[in-house]
Ligand binder design. Structure first.
Ligand code: FEO
Ligand code: CA
Ligand code: CA
Ligand code: CA
Length: 509
């Protein structure tokens, strides 16, 4: 019970200074092992771990029997996108073979891992599998079968799998983020843009259950899904649309969570209400076509109605949000819920358009501490920049003490003033309570041209799983590599990988 754990205002490590090394640098007393690198065969039918790992889901192997194993689990790994220099050969030609290699290297891996002695390893399991850009996926919710999705009820593939979330019934929510452009990048595959950009639910324990796209949660550049259960049993999910001047959303299910009925829970996210945050007056504005006249009255420049029904509203949730007064913010990345206070923390990573290169972390508190509330109060938690030492906050994860662990993403900012003081992308610790609240302490530094993504704890707090995404991303060619992190023996080609970091004391009871 996290509420029984007292807050800790200082980090359990000696912070490391900024660095530029092509290595994963950790404080004294900590070590890591490479656990699931790109290209590793892990299924009986020869499938490989995909590319550019992002969100990691940790599902204790005994979860469905009420257990909480910290040494045996199904991990889910999002594979966000590929680098054509490394995947499919060093060609940038759009051959069929190249496109197929790319489609196979994206999506999600479900991987059984076990800790034996000091070492984690991948172990064979019938549930080990890949969901990729070709997997058949069912559409659920108001847009299923609608004109907005060209009448489709099932679609092909999940792509752009950035961050995500886990439900209390043991499923993964994988978020389809940067899905624009694949129609062009994969010519001849019949790829339909309106079938991507949703939240997809996957059951790692049940390969026979077809993955479901949850159209009730809207279509935009889905970064994440922060899941919680409201006092009345309804599910609440906070989500960001990671784009400059885009919004933060909240989904509230119609049905209620029943811990004793897993089969029913798996349908909960098919049906619910979507809201967008208005930070001007601290309110959640409904995106229900029938209830919100502004959606019915929204017109394009040529005078045509923007939306004819709820499916249209959901399929272009960004336009809907702006039409009803949702507040555009500076690229909402990850969102997490504080385990002690219930406050909702969100990374606003940066917005070069507004000269905001460093970003900030904000937090908000729902009225009455009720996650289904219609109003909230918000505040700034930490601001990036030379003073604070971090920049461009991205993924967040809390520990049960209520400390926040954050990874940065300065990837897309080119010659901005950050790199001089920040060094490579890094992971930071923040206390959220006490005199030290909001102060950044650097825990880890990633290799060159990499981002650390998807951090998740084992339930005992002794292992932190992290993805090392896109090492060597800015390499011009295979002869001019900027990183060789994760390379196979005898090779210099860098490999995105999941690592397991050890050395933590674990949670005190
Ligand atoms: Fe894929 Fe917004 O990070
Ligand atoms: Ca991200
Ligand atoms: Ca997170
Ligand atoms: Ca990012």
């Amino acid at each position: 019970d996290p509420n029984k754990v007292t807050p800790r205002s200082l980090p359990p490590f000696r912070p490391v200074p900024a660095g530029h090394a092509d290595a994963l640098t950790l404080p004294q007393g900590y070590r890591y092992q490479t656990l699931a690198p790109w290209g590793e065969v892990f299924t009986a039918d020869g499938r490989e771990i995909g590319f550019n790992h992002d969100f990691i889901g940790y599902f204790p192997i005994d979860l469905l029997e009420g257990g909480n194993s910290s040494t045996d689990a199904l991990l889910t790994i999002n594979h966000e996108y590929v680098n054509a220099l490394f995947v499919g050969g060093d060609t940038r030609e759009r051959t069929g073979t190249q496109i197929e290699a790319e489609m196979r290297a994206m999506g999600v891996s479900v991987v059984r891992v076990r800790k034996e002695g000091r070492e984690w390893r991948i172990v064979p399991d019938a549930r080990n599998r890949r969901i990729d850009a070709m997997t058949e996926i069912e559409l659920t919710g108001p847009a299923r079968g609608s004109a907005a999705v060209k009448g489709a009820t099932t679609v092909r593939g999940t792509i752009g799998n950035c961050s995500g979330g886990q439900t209390p019934w043991g499923t993964l929510l994988t978020c389809e983020e940067n899905v624009d452009g694949y129609t062009k990048a994969w010519p001849g595959t019949g790829y339909e843009a309106m079938h991507q950009g949703w939240v997809t639910e996957i059951d790692p324990f049940d390969p026979a259950w077809m993955p479901k796209k949850r159209t009730a949660m809207g279509r935009f550049r889905h970064e994440n899904a922060a899941v919680t259960v409201a006092k009345d049993g309804r599910m609440v999910v906070y989500m960001g649309d990671d784009m400059q001047d885009a919004c933060i959303y909240k989904f509230v299910s119609r049905g209620k969570y029943d811990p004793a009925n897993r089969a029913a829970n798996r349908d909960l996210l098919a049906d619910g209400d979507l809201y967008v945050a208005n930070f001007g007056n601290g309110s959640w504005v409904s995106l229900d076509y029938a209830r919100n006249k502004k959606l019915q009255e929204a017109r394009a420049a040529d005078g045509k109605a923007l939306f004819a029904n709820q499916a249209d509203v959901l399929a272009d949730a960004r336009a809907s949000a702006l039409a009803v007064g949702g507040t555009p913010v500076d690229r909402p990345e990850d969102i997490e819920i504080h385990p002690r206070t219930g406050e909702v923390y969100a990374s606003l990573t940066n917005n070069a358009k507004h000269g905001n290169y460093f970003g900030q972390i904000i937090k908000f508190r729902e009225t009455g501490d009720d996650w289904t509330a219609q109003t909230f109060l918000w505040d700034v938690f930490a601001v990036g920049g030379p003073q604070s030492g971090f920049s461009s906050p991205d993924n967040l994860v809390f520990d049960p003490y209520g400390n926040l662990w954050m990874v940065t993403d300065n990837s897309d900012l080119g010659g901005n003033p950050i790199k001089a003081y920040h060094g490579n992308n890094a992971m930071f610790f923040f206390a959220t309570e006490g005199p030290n609240a909001g102060k950044a302490h650097r825990f880890a530094i990633g290799p060159v041209d990499a981002e650390m993504t998807g951090p998740v704890w084992s339930p005992d707090g002794k292992t932190l799983f992290v993805s090392i995404q896109h090492p060597g991303e800015d390499s011009e060619s295979l002869d001019k590599l900027t990183s060789s992190f994760g390379a196979r023996a005898g090779s210099r080609i860098p490999r995105p990988t999941l690592v397991a970091i050890e050395g933590f004391p674990g949670w005190r009871a």
